[in-house]
Design a protein around this ligand. Structure first.
Ligand code: DX5
Ligand code: ZN
Length: 214
Protein backbone atom coordinates (compact mmCIF):
# COMPACT_ATOMS: atom_id res chain seq x y z
CA UNK A 1 0.00 0.00 0.00
CA UNK A 2 1.24 3.48 -0.88
CA UNK A 3 0.77 5.53 2.30
CA UNK A 4 0.33 9.29 2.17
CA UNK A 5 -0.12 10.81 5.65
CA UNK A 6 -2.16 14.03 5.56
CA UNK A 7 -0.45 17.02 7.16
CA UNK A 8 -3.86 18.57 7.89
CA UNK A 9 -3.96 16.67 11.20
CA UNK A 10 -0.37 17.55 12.21
CA UNK A 11 0.50 20.07 14.92
CA UNK A 12 1.05 23.28 12.92
CA UNK A 13 2.90 24.86 15.86
CA UNK A 14 5.73 22.34 15.44
CA UNK A 15 5.64 21.19 11.85
CA UNK A 16 9.38 20.46 11.76
CA UNK A 17 8.96 17.76 14.41
CA UNK A 18 6.12 16.11 12.51
CA UNK A 19 8.02 16.35 9.20
CA UNK A 20 11.08 14.72 10.72
CA UNK A 21 8.80 11.92 11.97
CA UNK A 22 7.48 11.52 8.40
CA UNK A 23 11.04 11.48 7.01
CA UNK A 24 12.01 8.71 9.42
CA UNK A 25 8.82 6.71 8.77
CA UNK A 26 7.82 4.27 6.03
CA UNK A 27 5.45 6.87 4.50
CA UNK A 28 5.71 6.96 0.72
CA UNK A 29 4.39 10.48 0.15
CA UNK A 30 3.15 13.43 2.18
CA UNK A 31 -0.43 14.56 1.43
CA UNK A 32 -1.07 18.32 1.53
CA UNK A 33 -4.68 19.58 1.61
CA UNK A 34 -5.14 23.05 0.13
CA UNK A 35 -8.61 24.56 0.78
CA UNK A 36 -9.91 27.88 -0.51
CA UNK A 37 -13.11 28.41 1.49
CA UNK A 38 -15.06 28.41 -1.81
CA UNK A 39 -14.84 24.92 -3.28
CA UNK A 40 -14.98 23.53 0.26
CA UNK A 41 -16.34 25.21 3.41
CA UNK A 42 -12.92 25.52 5.07
CA UNK A 43 -9.53 27.20 4.59
CA UNK A 44 -6.27 25.38 5.33
CA UNK A 45 -2.88 26.56 4.00
CA UNK A 46 -1.30 27.60 0.72
CA UNK A 47 1.90 27.82 -1.29
CA UNK A 48 4.28 29.48 1.24
CA UNK A 49 3.56 26.67 3.70
CA UNK A 50 4.02 23.96 1.06
CA UNK A 51 7.31 25.52 -0.04
CA UNK A 52 8.54 25.55 3.57
CA UNK A 53 7.44 21.93 4.02
CA UNK A 54 9.29 20.93 0.83
CA UNK A 55 12.56 22.21 2.32
CA UNK A 56 12.31 19.75 5.21
CA UNK A 57 10.25 16.84 3.89
CA UNK A 58 12.20 14.20 1.97
CA UNK A 59 9.08 12.41 0.70
CA UNK A 60 7.36 13.36 -2.58
CA UNK A 61 4.61 15.93 -1.98
CA UNK A 62 1.10 14.80 -2.95
CA UNK A 63 -0.84 18.08 -3.23
CA UNK A 64 -4.64 17.80 -3.05
CA UNK A 65 -6.21 21.05 -4.24
CA UNK A 66 -9.73 21.58 -2.91
CA UNK A 67 -9.98 24.90 -4.73
CA UNK A 68 -11.83 26.54 -7.63
CA UNK A 69 -9.85 27.17 -10.83
CA UNK A 70 -6.84 24.96 -9.96
CA UNK A 71 -5.62 25.38 -13.57
CA UNK A 72 -4.53 28.93 -12.64
CA UNK A 73 -1.94 27.65 -10.15
CA UNK A 74 -0.08 24.87 -12.00
CA UNK A 75 3.33 26.57 -12.15
CA UNK A 76 3.02 27.76 -8.53
CA UNK A 77 2.22 24.24 -7.37
CA UNK A 78 5.22 22.90 -9.29
CA UNK A 79 7.53 25.66 -8.02
CA UNK A 80 6.67 25.00 -4.38
CA UNK A 81 7.88 21.42 -4.76
CA UNK A 82 4.88 19.22 -5.61
CA UNK A 83 5.46 15.83 -7.24
CA UNK A 84 1.74 15.11 -7.68
CA UNK A 85 -0.85 17.79 -8.44
CA UNK A 86 -4.35 16.62 -7.66
CA UNK A 87 -7.40 18.57 -8.91
CA UNK A 88 -11.10 17.91 -8.36
CA UNK A 89 -13.14 16.87 -11.39
CA UNK A 90 -15.95 19.08 -10.03
CA UNK A 91 -13.66 22.15 -10.10
CA UNK A 92 -12.42 21.72 -13.70
CA UNK A 93 -14.57 22.63 -16.69
CA UNK A 94 -11.69 21.79 -19.05
CA UNK A 95 -10.29 18.79 -17.19
CA UNK A 96 -8.48 17.35 -20.22
CA UNK A 97 -6.55 20.59 -20.78
CA UNK A 98 -5.73 20.86 -17.08
CA UNK A 99 -4.42 17.27 -16.86
CA UNK A 100 -2.19 17.81 -19.92
CA UNK A 101 -0.86 21.09 -18.48
CA UNK A 102 -0.02 19.45 -15.13
CA UNK A 103 1.98 16.74 -16.91
CA UNK A 104 3.67 19.28 -19.20
CA UNK A 105 4.78 21.12 -16.04
CA UNK A 106 6.60 17.94 -14.95
CA UNK A 107 4.21 16.66 -12.28
CA UNK A 108 2.08 13.55 -11.99
CA UNK A 109 -1.57 14.39 -12.70
CA UNK A 110 -4.24 13.16 -10.32
CA UNK A 111 -8.00 13.76 -10.38
CA UNK A 112 -10.33 13.56 -7.38
CA UNK A 113 -14.02 12.65 -7.25
CA UNK A 114 -16.31 13.79 -4.45
CA UNK A 115 -18.50 11.09 -2.85
CA UNK A 116 -21.52 12.04 -5.02
CA UNK A 117 -19.62 12.12 -8.33
CA UNK A 118 -19.83 8.82 -10.22
CA UNK A 119 -16.76 7.02 -11.55
CA UNK A 120 -18.18 7.21 -15.12
CA UNK A 121 -17.33 10.95 -15.16
CA UNK A 122 -13.71 9.86 -15.76
CA UNK A 123 -14.42 7.48 -18.65
CA UNK A 124 -12.86 9.74 -21.31
CA UNK A 125 -9.85 10.90 -19.28
CA UNK A 126 -8.82 7.76 -17.40
CA UNK A 127 -5.98 6.88 -19.83
CA UNK A 128 -4.41 10.32 -19.30
CA UNK A 129 -4.29 10.41 -15.51
CA UNK A 130 -1.63 9.01 -13.20
CA UNK A 131 -3.95 8.63 -10.23
CA UNK A 132 -7.62 8.89 -9.27
CA UNK A 133 -8.48 9.89 -5.71
CA UNK A 134 -11.88 8.82 -4.45
CA UNK A 135 -13.04 10.95 -1.53
CA UNK A 136 -14.46 8.70 1.17
CA UNK A 137 -15.75 11.73 3.12
CA UNK A 138 -17.06 15.07 1.89
CA UNK A 139 -13.92 17.20 1.51
CA UNK A 140 -13.07 20.06 3.83
CA UNK A 141 -12.32 18.53 7.21
CA UNK A 142 -10.20 15.85 8.83
CA UNK A 143 -11.57 13.35 11.31
CA UNK A 144 -14.83 12.44 9.52
CA UNK A 145 -16.43 9.01 9.24
CA UNK A 146 -15.64 6.80 6.21
CA UNK A 147 -18.55 6.58 3.72
CA UNK A 148 -19.10 2.86 3.17
CA UNK A 149 -20.35 3.21 -0.43
CA UNK A 150 -16.73 3.97 -1.36
CA UNK A 151 -15.99 0.22 -1.40
CA UNK A 152 -18.30 -0.46 -4.37
CA UNK A 153 -16.99 2.68 -6.04
CA UNK A 154 -13.40 1.40 -5.83
CA UNK A 155 -14.53 -1.80 -7.55
CA UNK A 156 -16.21 0.20 -10.35
CA UNK A 157 -13.08 2.32 -10.79
CA UNK A 158 -10.86 -0.78 -10.80
CA UNK A 159 -12.99 -2.16 -13.68
CA UNK A 160 -12.86 1.14 -15.62
CA UNK A 161 -9.05 1.19 -15.29
CA UNK A 162 -8.72 -2.45 -16.39
CA UNK A 163 -11.12 -2.04 -19.34
CA UNK A 164 -9.32 1.07 -20.61
CA UNK A 165 -5.77 -0.23 -20.17
CA UNK A 166 -4.99 2.80 -17.99
CA UNK A 167 -2.20 2.56 -15.42
CA UNK A 168 -3.85 5.01 -13.03
CA UNK A 169 -3.42 4.35 -9.33
CA UNK A 170 -6.43 4.43 -7.01
CA UNK A 171 -6.08 6.54 -3.86
CA UNK A 172 -8.67 6.84 -1.06
CA UNK A 173 -8.94 9.85 1.25
CA UNK A 174 -11.11 10.35 4.32
CA UNK A 175 -11.81 8.32 7.44
CA UNK A 176 -8.98 5.89 6.76
CA UNK A 177 -7.73 3.87 9.73
CA UNK A 178 -6.48 0.29 10.00
CA UNK A 179 -10.03 -1.12 9.69
CA UNK A 180 -11.25 0.95 6.73
CA UNK A 181 -7.76 0.77 5.23
CA UNK A 182 -8.02 -3.02 5.13
CA UNK A 183 -11.43 -2.78 3.44
CA UNK A 184 -10.21 -0.42 0.72
CA UNK A 185 -7.08 -2.51 0.18
CA UNK A 186 -9.24 -5.58 -0.39
CA UNK A 187 -11.45 -3.62 -2.80
CA UNK A 188 -8.43 -2.69 -4.93
CA UNK A 189 -6.98 0.61 -3.64
CA UNK A 190 -3.28 1.30 -4.33
CA UNK A 191 -2.88 4.21 -1.92
CA UNK A 192 -4.45 5.58 1.25
CA UNK A 193 -4.37 9.05 2.75
CA UNK A 194 -4.60 9.15 6.54
CA UNK A 195 -4.70 12.27 8.70
CA UNK A 196 -6.17 11.80 12.16
CA UNK A 197 -5.37 8.06 12.22
CA UNK A 198 -1.66 8.95 11.92
CA UNK A 199 -1.19 12.30 13.68
CA UNK A 200 -3.84 11.70 16.35
CA UNK A 201 -2.07 8.67 17.81
CA UNK A 202 0.74 8.11 20.30
CA UNK A 203 2.87 6.24 17.80
CA UNK A 204 2.39 7.63 14.27
CA UNK A 205 5.28 5.67 12.72
CA UNK A 206 3.76 2.39 13.92
CA UNK A 207 0.41 3.30 12.33
CA UNK A 208 2.19 4.22 9.07
CA UNK A 209 4.02 0.86 9.12
CA UNK A 210 0.75 -0.99 9.73
CA UNK A 211 -0.98 0.86 6.86
CA UNK A 212 2.00 0.00 4.61
CA UNK A 213 1.38 -3.70 5.20
CA UNK A 214 -2.29 -3.60 4.12
C1 DX5 B 1 -10.35 16.11 3.78
C2 DX5 B 1 -8.94 15.95 3.29
C3 DX5 B 1 -8.24 14.78 3.88
C4 DX5 B 1 -8.11 14.80 5.38
C5 DX5 B 1 -8.28 13.38 5.81
O1 DX5 B 1 -11.01 17.05 3.03
O2 DX5 B 1 -8.88 15.81 1.88
O3 DX5 B 1 -6.96 14.56 3.26
O4 DX5 B 1 -6.88 15.29 5.85
O5 DX5 B 1 -8.35 13.35 7.20
P1 DX5 B 1 -8.77 12.01 7.98
O6 DX5 B 1 -7.77 10.95 7.59
O7 DX5 B 1 -8.67 12.43 9.41
O8 DX5 B 1 -10.16 11.66 7.53
ZN1 ZN C 1 -6.89 15.21 0.99
Amino acid sequence: MIVSPSLLSADFSCLRTDLEMINASEADWLHLDVMDGVFVPNISFGFPVIEAVSRICKKPLDVHLMIENPQNYISQVRDCGAAIMNVHQEACVHLHRTVQAIKAAGMKAAVTLNPATPVCMLEDIISDVDMVLLMSVNPGFGGQKFISGTIAKIQRLRKLIADSGSEALIQIDGGINLTTGKEVAEAGADSVVAGSAVFGTENPTAVISALKKL
